[in-house]
Design a protein around this ligand. Structure first.
Ligand code: COA
Length: 181
């Protein structure tokens, strides 16, 4: 398994990337095409890929949203390559690239649209922090993957995807040497 920068000119990889997003997020990328990948390949962004036997196994991207905080998006690993550490390798490689660009914080939103955590199906304007602190993974929600990599829940957007379907915001500090406040 190799982690490299995405090859923008490689049409085969572009098609595989579009297929991967469609497989991982059928509800929002179901009709994703190679052309739709262009936004992830803009110059100021980072897009990394995991390649095995010449084929795409996963990809991860990040974009500058603040001077010192970049948003991780997207992250997907091909179904038959999951639970082999590929996601971890991709995120760690992305953190290294971001740190080299002076980024202090990586953050991401991980939606709960399908009742996968205890934060769905409840009014998150009530008892917000207690609910966050006691979050339970009901059905393979990826927040736990990010927690294992050191990301912590820093907030929620209640009803982001419909009533009782929040977005969960997570973040990790990736460099500490400039942290004098
Ligand atoms: C989430 C995803 C990227 C994880 O990739 P992966 O290559 O399977 O992850 P890893 O093998 O590096 O897993 C690292 C750890 O996280 C755990 N983990 C992975 N996915 C998990 C999930 N959905 N729920 C709970 N734990 C999970 C693994 O069991 C492993 O734990 P361990 O170290 O105790 O063995 C992958 O499942 C995926 O592409 N999912 C669909 C798209 C998606 O949800 N992307 C994130 C959107 S915010």
């Amino acid at each position: 398994m190799e982690i490299r920068f995405f090859e923008k000119q490689n049409q085969v990889l572009l098609r595989e990337a579009a297929n991967l997003l469609a497989e991982a997020f059928p509800h929002c990328y179901g009709d994703c095409t190679a052309e739709d990948m262009e936004e992830y390949l803009e110059d100021e962004r980072i897009l990394l890929m995991a390649v095995e036997d010449g084929h795409l196994a996963g990809l991860v991207g990040a974009m500058p949203q603040y001077d010192c905080a970049w948003e991780l998006h997207p992250l997907a690993v091909r179904k038959n390559c999951r639970h082999r550490g590929v996601g971890t390798m991709l995120v760690r490689a992305l953190e290294k690239e971001c740190a080299e660009r002076g980024v202090l914080t990586i953050y991401l939103g991980t939606d709960d649209e399908f009742w996968q955590t205890s934060l769905s199906g409840t009014d998150l304007f009530e008892d917000t922090y207690n609910k966050i602190q006691n979050i339970k993974n009901l059905k393979d929600h990826p927040f736990e993957f990010y927690q294992k990599l050191g990301y912590q829940i820093v907030g929620v957007i209640p009803d982001a995807n419909g009533k009782g379907k929040p977005d969960i915001f997570m973040a990790r500090r990736i460099r500490t040497e400039e942290m004098e406040m």
